[in-house]
Design a protein around this ligand. Structure first.
Ligand SMILES: Nc1nc2c(ncn2[C@@H]2O[C@H](COP(=O)(O)OP(=O)(O)OP(=O)(O)O)[C@@H](O)[C@H]2O)c(=O)[nH]1
Ligand SMILES: [Mg+2]
Length: 401
């Protein structure tokens, strides 16, 4: 099993680095006091004594600029770690540190946590109440944390434990001090959460990668649509599918590469059935005459052709994106030629004509092809997302609204 990584976050000065040293059993992370944050970059610590790595982070500071910087540092690190193929930097458990002497927990603090760790949507969270020197105040603090989190829906389900700790001895005077406490409990609770946490981290990385592929795929479709708009706008009879097919082929190839689909005999058949299923002539003719027949819409023939051509390439792109994603996820195979044909055909069902009409209604005769392509791509992306089978944002747990 993977070792697992614990991400330690919280406001500056709450004692993240001090806590890490206590858990490691040696002074490794720099700690400090003063007028600015101590830890200035994300650092991974490991030790033979504990079965997980610990990542120290830059604390959130009470300045909008510095706070954003700290949040972005965690986000950036997370996204980069998700890109790594050998990736052993996936987060498995989050220790969210709050200061036990402060007696307040503001929603803004939890919001910062939420923003910094947005990528780790299903990773379990332990709230560590640092500097819990006063024993009687501990239960109140635990209750305060639960209350604050109860109001933040997204985190309620991830919050697994609230543990007050004293990381290092706190001295009042020669005879009064608060000894270290809670560290063993924290290590134990973390160990218990690790198996589940490792899976959660893997899940979140998979979701991140899929969403990123989605975004890149949308870019590919946008470029192909823009080319189609330009081609469509020149007065060649659009019914000739040969005009668009090079654009469609380039689009499909680029999407195939993105979804790691090899080019071989089998995939060739799959690609061909996409293009055949979207064969342009009849639907295009129907769309063109439908547009010409709408009262009140008086667009030049070239604009109508551009809309129809762009819409074709957009619809093919959205259908292909969906099909390749299913193959990438292992839910469908590249040999399911009949299935992919159905997927593409459904892109040209009722909603196609409706979309084309809607775009035409919004379009003026000014031929800004870039703006037109953008409007088309957005429209088809939206209908693809609204379609039953295509969640807008990917989640392996199911659809998201
Ligand atoms: N005695 C005692 N001091 C603590 C404890 N936790 C934190 N401190 C003190 O609080 C101050 C800040 O602690 P750090 O560990 O540097 O805080 P941090 O959260 O890492 O701060 P940044 O790196 O700026 O984000 C230091 O002076 C620590 O000695 C504790 O459990 N006991
Ligand atoms: Mg620190």
């Amino acid at each position: 099993m993977e070792r697992g990584n614990v991400l330690v976050i919280g406001n500056s000065g709450v004692g993240k680095s001090t806590l890490i040293n206590a858990v490691l059993g040696e002074e490794r992370a720099e700690t400090g006091y003063g007028t600015s944050g101590t830890t200035d970059r994300l650092t991974i610590y490991e030790s033979d004594k504990i079965p997980f790595r610990i990542i120290d982070t830059v604390g959130f500071e009470p300045s909008v600029f510095k706070e954003m910087r700290a949040i972005n540092a965690v986000k950036k690190w997370s996204q980069e770690s998700a890109e790594e193929t050998d990736g052993d930097k996936k987060i498995s458990v989050i220790w969210f540190c709050v200061d036990g002497t402060s007696r307040k927990l503001f929603p803004e603090t939890i919001r910062s946590l939420s923003r910094a760790t947005a990528m780790w949507e299903s990773v379990p969270v332990i709230v560590v109440i640092t500097k819990s020197y006063s024993v009687p105040e501990r239960s109140e603090n635990v209750e305060m944390v639960h209350n604050a989190f109860a109001r933040q829906k997204r985190y309620t389900k991830n919050l697994r434990k609230v543990i007050p700790v004293v990381a290092s001895t706190y001295t009042l005077n020669e005879s009064a001090y608060a000894p270290p406490d809670g560290i063993d409990e924290l290590i134990e609770a973390t160990n218990e959460l690790l198996p589940e946490g490792v899976k959660a981290g893997e899940h979140d990385v998979a979701v991140f990668r899929l969403n990123r592929k989605r975004a890149l795929a949308q870019g590919i479709i946008g470029v192909a649509t823009a080319s189609a708009v330009v081609v469509g706008a020149v007065p060649i009879p659009l019914a000739d599918s040969l005009v668009l097919s090079p654009i469609e082929i380039a689009e499909i190839n680029a999407l195939a590469q993105l979804y790691e689909i090899n080019k071989d005999e089998q995939s060739k058949q799959f690609f061909n059935s996409i293009i055949e299923a979207g064969a342009i002539s009849t639907v295009a003719k129907a769309a063109i005459s439908a547009l010409k027949a709408i009262p009140g819409i008086d667009l030049a023939a070239s604009v109508i052709n551009a809309i129809v051509a762009g819409s074709f390439v957009s619809a093919i792109g959205e259908g292909t994106l969906y099909a390749f994603e299913q193959v990438y996820l292992g839910k469908k195979s590249i040999t399911d030629v009949d299935w992919v044909r159905k997927v593409i055909k459904s892109e040209f069902a009722a909603s196609f004509l409706k979309n084309v009409k809607e775009i035409a209604a919004k379009t003026s005769d000014s031929t800004d092809s870039g703006a037109l392509a953008k409007a088309i791509t957005e429209m088809f992306e939206k209908t693809a997302a609204d379609g039953a089978s295509k969640p807008k944002k990917f989640s392996l747990f199911g659809k998201k609204k």
